[in-house]
Design a protein around this ligand. Structure first.
Ligand code: SAM
Length: 258
């Protein structure tokens, strides 16, 4: 197969996965989301809201900065955030103020996912729903990275800021060794991996800048068991209402009980 055929096949598979993902998210929203809520990190792929939903958008990056960061997204219908702030913290949102929180393909960017999940649940009203999805590592450029365990996330949760920075350095090395080459080598047979020394140097630089990467990687089983542990240990009372794997990602809905 020549490289043009291979590239066409890749585009076809990506489009098909995109449609399956969008349909699954719509289905979960129609079953579980109602009222007034927020979507974090919607960017170029917001969840299409049904008529019973009113959505405000949160991102840590303005529309203009997102386009500057990802010029390939210019011309796409990018969401303009209503709130520009750290969506892992949601510091400006009152507890129990939202009927739903949506975060599609955002949690893998969080250095401390259990803390982030706690913040998302904090702003839910009793009966409110969190729709959260993450990419399957096996189905994206994270393929080959170490799967994140619950134990790892519990250690992140308990780590001091300095300890978390040291733990993140390991993720930057993994990102530069596996994920970035997988992205940059697509359609570029001449691509050459960086040396170990260069990777160490860049990892320290990214760590200093607190650059955004996929810190953690998931499979359907690991993500579901992490969410089930989280749901049964969080003080507010949560139940895992549904978990779906489709289109290269795993999506779940958690309902706040009280
Ligand atoms: C990979 S994109 C996800 C886009 C879309 N939701 C999807 O499903 O493909 C990640 C999004 O999360 C946003 N993001 C990353 N870290 C964030 C943070 N700390 N607070 C708010 N948004 C964040 C990014 O700016 C971007 O819009």
């Amino acid at each position: 197969m020549n490289s043009m055929h291979w590239l066409r096949g890749l585009v076809y598979r990506l489009r098909a996965a995109f449609h399956r993902r969008r349909n699954a998210r719509r289905y979960l929203a129609s079953r579980h989301l109602r009222g007034d809520g927020i979507e974090i990190g919607a960017m170029h792929f917001p969840l299409p809201p049904h008529r019973g939903m009113r959505v405000k958008y949160v991102d840590n990056t303005s529309l203009e900065d997102s386009i500057a960061k990802f010029p390939e997204l210019r011309g796409q219908n990018l969401v303009r955030p209503d709130f520009i702030e750290d969506g892992f913290e949601l510091a400006s949102f009152s507890p129990a103020s939202q009927d739903f929180v949506i975060a599609n393909r955002v949690l893998e960017h969080a250095p401390n996912p259990l803390r982030t999940l706690s913040n998302w649940v904090r702003v839910l009203r009793p009966g409110g729903a969190l729709l959260v999805s993450v990419p399957l590592a096996e189905a994206c450029f994270d393929r080959g990275r170490t799967e994140t365990t619950l134990g790892h996330l519990l250690q992140d949760f308990q780590a001091t800021t300095e300890q978390l920075a040291a733990r993140n350095l390991v993720h930057y090395v993994e990102w530069l060794s596996i994920s970035e080459p997988a992205i940059l080598s697509v359609g570029n047979p001449a691509y050459q991996k960086a040396s170990a020394v260069e990777i160490e140097r860049r990892a320290a630089e990214l760590c200093h800048l607190q650059a955004e990467i996929h810190f953690h990687t998931f499979s359907r089983n690991s993500f579901e068991s992490i969410l089930r542990h989280f749901a049964s240990h969080t003080p507010v009372g949560l139940r895992v209402a549904q978990v779906l794997e489709t289109g290269g990602e795993v999506a779940a809905v958690l309902i706040r009980i009280h």
